[in-house]
Design a protein around this ligand. Sequence first.
Ligand code: FAD
Length: 459
Amino acid sequence: MAEPQEVDVVVIGLGPGGEHLAASLAKAGLSVVGVDRRLVGGECPYFGCIPSKMMIRAAGALAEGRRISVLGGSADVEPDWTMVADRIRDEATDDWDDKVAVERLEASGARVLRGHGRLAGPGRVTVTTDDGEQELVVRRGVVLNTGTEPAVPPIEGLAGTPYWTNRDVVQLRELPTSLVVLGGGAIGCELAQAFSRFGVEVTVVEAGERILGPEEPEASAVVAAAMEAEGIAVRTGVGVTGVTHEGAFGIGLADGSTIAAQALLVAAGRRTNLSDIGLDTVGGDPSARAIEVDEQMRVAGVDGVWAVGDITGKGAFTHMSMYQANVAIRDLTGEDGPWADYRAVSWATFTDPEVASVGLNEKRAREAGLRVGVGVAKLQESSRGWLHKVGNDGLIKVVADLDRGVLVGATAVGPAGGEIIGMLVTAVHAEVSLDTLRGMHFAYPTFHRAIETALGDIS
Ligand SMILES: Cc1cc2nc3c(=O)[nH]c(=O)nc-3n(C[C@H](O)[C@H](O)[C@H](O)COP(=O)(O)OP(=O)(O)OC[C@H]3O[C@@H](n4cnc5c(N)ncnc54)[C@H](O)[C@@H]3O)c2cc1C
């Protein structure tokens, strides 16, 4: 074992938040060691947001091309996956090589260790590298940003088959003819629609009663209908009971039916990386699904340890990881806040139509005991939606706390749902009164103008 090294801060796991935090603290003059066992930057740039959104951008262009015949002429659309695969390899991931990210982090003054990091008691971290073990003695704090792995459910027969996860599909050079997507969450739906638009015969199987379960039911219904209209089979309310693979996959469902497909993508949620990072050595719980943090991102009940990103259970989004990293940076550098505030968390699912949400949905607002009012406006019935014609599926739903006269949540589904939600995020975050919102100007004919209709519909 190499001599123990003393440093100010050790970051275990360099996802988006961890990488940003390590660089920022090093630039602020602290001695920082960042540890990652895979690629610096984490899931988002190499296997998640960025490659998937490149697929979706290309698939969206194909879909728009196919809409030309309804709006202004004719176009022959000939998908070519090679262009997407090349773009992901060359522009997004450098062929899944993090040399640039490592150099950038080192240029900020941090040291990067490639290996598995784990806590080894208060103020100590052990890193297992290819060259052996490195022990680190930490003066100021350890920050955990170990993120998630694809969760693979214990379905009979599945383990022995060549199923894919998101980490495989972003590296595909050729597409299958048919694909079953196990899981109708955000990742499953985004990828299902992208592959379908490239000509793959896609079935989505979701055990819950609807796809996009955490979203408003109205949003799930709009997306399911849009996916089905494009030829995607959406099977909800039915679990997978067994998987076989003899040349092709056989996916057995709880209703007794079997789906045959060339490929199987498991998109059935994520498993947090908490079990093997030595939490027990500092009094933490390695079997927890998420790690409890306070508003400064300090791990509850454990001195000298902070956590950011998916492992905190506050929303598995890149922007959450970055937001929390900034909070932890402020705490570690002795600033006096602002600390974490989760009232107006927003997120987007890049299906077509896009689904974006902020704050509480109607069900959660009612569960919170609020006197709830909701308003809905259909995008097709707005001026812009009518003009837009094909591809105009969508709606805006706002959720108000009637006692306080403010919005506590909203959902925007539509061609630009992720952009429409912007002003609603401001409204929820800043607790702008309903009277003020109703008195605003809404440019004609924009998609966001439907917000005015939704506000007028609140009852
Ligand atoms: C297909 C897909 C699409 C997505 N699309 C979006 C999107 O559009 N928008 C969005 O906001 N989010 C999206 N996400 C989620 C997003 O990728 C994550 O929320 C984001 O990466 C933040 O994760 P994180 O910071 O917790 O860490 P991660 O990105 O998960 O990184 C954790 C890092 O820790 C390392 N690590 C783990 N354990 C150890 C250890 N013991 N020692 C050393 N290193 C360790 C891992 O190797 C990894 O590099 C998507 C995810 C997927 C899978």
